[in-house]
Write a protein that binds this ligand. Structure first.
Ligand SMILES: Nc1ncnc2c1ncn2[C@@H]1O[C@H](COP(=O)(O)OS(=O)(=O)O)[C@@H](OP(=O)(O)O)[C@H]1O
Length: 556
């Protein structure tokens, strides 16, 4: 009996030790998770490239560890399909994902998660280093426009460290602006001397090399511009937008071909032709401060290109100048190019007239809503966001009262293009706005076509539909490969037909009234676009009334 009692009390002791041990283990696990969550939040703030990459890593590691489950938040009015999104911009984590440990937590699996988090932290550090390098070489880079606020915030932090230098740069640029002398538009492929404030030619680095500036457009191509193989290959293809049109998915589609390399960065976004101050280190090539100017400077443009193509990569395998990549062709993307007036096509076609240009357009209403969800982290209502832009479009004379102005005769007129340039100028180079204007594709495509026509390059311009890419990725892939003159490959990597850069929709939808006014606003411009691009392929593609009620929280 006594023995039994001893045995029972031993078992009781053992089980209470076990339960104590389990409680302690549970506390440790829960603390570790909390620490990790804090680490994640901090990392998310620093998530510089591949927006949402951090969350993706987390989700992947969670899935593989089996240790944790993620319960998605009941976010306001998000259609359920959106909840499966695996990418999106940095604000994703602010949606307070709930992370819960399952009961049979095991240490090895937790390590898997921790390793994944550590890897991600390393990637963030590398991205940060790269961004610092980039900022060392940029003063006022329009790439800012394309980044979500978390990144901009970080840039600001880094810039603050470097404030004196930046200010110098700005002052310098400002003085140039003031003293700017108009370049005679008749100048054909010959240098134009532009007086500097203190009597030096603008851009003179003091060594006497940089004495000239050139007006550059598709027809006037200065002799000194690069012709050599590497530049030709590097600038083989350019995706010009539209922002939120599926440019990254298109980039991934193009990169499925083994001959294609992203220029400059992993996902190929390289804002070269809309940027000034990018070549600060080299002091030999810089777009002038005036965004609408076409002046380019001489001096080692080839080196500038080589530098940009090699040094801006984190990964040597993307270095198009390397021997192993000698048969590769480069593609870069800058969704802002389409929305930049004449200066970008003029510069691109002057510097690299051989480039093949691709635009990808999406139903402008869907584009605007995606744009809003992408940039809106301030809680501004969609209606307000849209009306602000409509107001500016009206104020600058782009949009008019079509009762009193004849749409047909105004379309494509010099007056319309002047109004458009004024609008772009008012939007400014550092803004993520223009949600309505960016969808007035007819104006923007006409500008590009016009510039391409000047040098008989209309065959090198391809305009795709985002919806088509989504529905038939393989078909689009083959079409693009033909356009880029790539050999037909039977094996396509599985990246085709997958999703890229999906936005976290924090807003469920728009009112029917808002949809109707956008529908009416875009209708004549869409029609104009169909005509421009060919009724056979484009006629009526976005005419369907696709309004869907916002999904309310109750309905979810
Ligand atoms: N395969 C495929 N085909 C067509 N569209 C796709 C595809 N994959 C992703 N997406 C959607 O593209 C939207 C992002 O566009 P971008 O990559 O151009 O965005 S950005 O301008 O670079 O910020 C973004 O739209 P929203 O999610 O509605 O915002 C992506 O979901």
């Amino acid at each position: 009996m006594e023995n039994r009692d001893t045995a029972v009390s031993a078992i009781t002791r053992k089980s209470s030790v076990r339960s104590l041990f389990l409680t302690v283990a549970a506390i440790i696990v829960s603390l570790t998770i909390r620490i990790n969550i804090l680490a994640m939040r901090r990392d998310d703030d620093e998530d510089v490239v591949g927006h949402g990459g951090f969350r993706r890593t987390l989700e992947r590691s969670v899935a593989s560890s089996g240790l944790l489950t993620i319960k998605r938040p009941r976010s306001r009015g998000i259609p359920s399909s959106r909840l499966t999104a695996t990418t999106g911009h940095g604000s994703g984590f602010n949606q307070s994902y709930t992370i819960a440990a399952s009961s049979d937590a095991n240490k090895g699996r937790l390590e898997t998660l921790e390793n994944a988090l550590r890897d991600q932290r390393k990637r963030n550090q590398r991205a940060r280093r790269s961004l610092e390098l980039l900022l060392e070489n940029e003063s006022e880079d329009e790439e800012d426009m394309e980044r979500p606020s978390s990144t901009r915030k970080m840039q600001r932090l880094i810039r603050d460290d470097d404030e004196t230098e930046s200010n110098d740069e700005e002052d310098h640029a400002g003085s140039n602006d003031e003293e700017e002398t108009k370049i005679p538009s008749s100048s054909t492929n010959k240098h134009v001397h532009i007086p500097y404030k203190d009597g030096r030619p603008r851009g003179d680095s003091g060594d006497g090399v940089d004495q000239e500036e050139w007006e550059c457009d598709a027809q006037n191509r200065p002799d000194f511009l690069p012709r050599e193989d590497v530049t030709r290959r590097a600038l083989h293809a350019v995706i010009i937008g539209a922002m939120k049109g599926g440019t990254q998915a298109l980039m991934a589609t193009i990169l499925s071909h083994r001959r294609m390399l992203p220029a400059g960065r992993e996902h190929g976004e390289l804002h070269f032709f809309n940027t000034k101050g990018m070549m600060k280190n080299l002091q030999d090539f810089r777009w002038p401060p005036n965004k609408h100017d076409r002046v380019i400077r001489r001096q080692h443009l080839r080196e500038a290109f080589t530098w940009i193509l090699r040094e801006r990569n984190f990964y040597p395998k993307y270095d198009i100048t390397a021997d192993v990549n000698s048969d590769k062709l480069g593609v870069h993307s800058a969704p802002i190019y389409l929305f930049s007036g004449r200066s970008v096509p003029a510069r691109l076609l002057c510097v690299a007239p051989w480039s093949k240009v691709i635009a990808i357009l999406r139903n402008p209403i869907d584009r605007a809503f995606s744009h809003y969800n992408f940039v809106n982290d301030q809680g501004t209502a969609f209606e307000k966001f849209i009306h602000k832009d409509i107001f500016l479009l009206k104020e600058t004379g782009v949009l008019r009262d079509w009762e009193s102005t004849d749409f047909e005769s105004f379309s494509g007129s010099a007056e319309e293009f002047r109004a458009w340039e004024t609008y772009l100028h008012r939007i400014g180079p550092r803004s993520l706005s223009g949600p309505v204007g960016r969808g007035l594709y007819a104006i923007q495509i006409e500008i590009w076509m016009d510039e391409m026509k000047k040098i008989d390059k209309t065959d090198d311009f391809l305009v795709l539909r985002s919806e088509e890419l989504r529905e038939d990725g393989v078909g689009v892939y083959h079409r693009v490969a033909r356009f880029l003159e790539l050999e037909r490959l039977s094996a396509i990597r599985d990246v085709v037909e997958s999703e890229h850069h999906v936005t976290d929709y924090v807003h469920g939808g728009m009112s029917e009234e808002m949809y109707r006014s956008l529908y009416e606003l875009y209708r004549p411009y869409n029609k104009r676009l169909y005509k421009l691009l060919g009724e056979d392929e484009w006629g009526g593609v976005w005419d369907e009334w696709t309004y869907a009620k916002p999904v309310s929280e109750e309905e979810e």
